[in-house]
Design a protein around this ligand. Structure first.
Ligand SMILES: Cc1cc2nc3c(=O)[nH]c(=O)nc-3n(C[C@H](O)[C@H](O)[C@H](O)COP(=O)(O)O)c2cc1C
Length: 191
């Protein structure tokens, strides 16, 4: 798959098929994450794959979905795995959040190539998830990434003002993005 195709087709997915993800695909996604750019190449990140059904079910209870609309995946529609992105604050605090975002981005784009959907999850109960999977005190859980085979249509809308995503009667998510000429400046700000 072309990188551009993955970029254009990646959307946050919040309804998944009840279908197991091969462990090797999850490991490969973490491979993509570990190869992401890192400030001063200090590599402050660690990753946990959660694909054990019992853990996965409990972890879901510590996540929050689609704050802008009234939507929550039902049992049978939930992620079939998670990748947790952890930061060791002692390594390079200056760029650790950039590193985490870039690594998570690689997971999300790489997932598209494997027919998988992802949703980055920042609104999570970090303490409970850390306890669930025994993450040591010195590491911060920055993000969880929910993964599964998509069972949902998501379409893009060009929009400048109302940026909340919305759900129509057919269950299609509409995701507004600002048009390029709203956000792009060439050579000088006022161009
Ligand atoms: C750092 C970060 C945290 C996010 N946290 C959540 C979350 O907790 N729950 C959720 O449903 N979506 C979450 N999202 C997904 C955003 O809502 C989504 O990216 C946005 O609506 C744009 O949609 P798109 O990813 O399809 O382009 C998060 C995204 C980012 C970048």
């Amino acid at each position: 798959m072309e990188v551009s195709q993955a970029i254009y087709s990646r959307r946050s997915i919040r309804k998944f098929k009840d279908q197991r993800i091969p462990r090797e695909d999850l490991v490969e996604l973490v491979e993509y994450a570990r190869l992401a750019p890192s400030g001063m190449n200090k590599q402050p990140l660690e990753f946990v794959i959660v694909d054990e059904p019992e853990l996965e079910r409990e972890l879901f209870n510590y996540t929050n979905w689609a704050g802008a609309v009234d939507w929550n995946p039902d049992p049978g529609e939930r992620p079939r795995a998670y990748v947790l992105v952890l930061i060791n604050h002692e390594v390079n605090p200056a760029t650790e959040n950039h590193d985490a975002g870039l690594a998570a981005g690689n997971v999300c784009l790489g997932a598209v190539d494997k027919g998988l959907g992802t949703c980055l999850l920042g609104a999570i109960d970090k303490k409970s998830i850390k306890g669930l999977v025994d993450i040591p005190d010195g590491l911060e859980l920055d993000l969880a990434i929910g993964l599964g085979y998509p069972d949902q249509e998501v379409v893009l809308e060009e929009e400048t003002e109302k940026l909340d995503y919305w759900l129509d009667e057919e269950g299609v998510f509409h995701v507004p993005k600002k048009p390029v000429d709203e956000v792009l400046h060439i050579n000088r700000w006022e161009s």
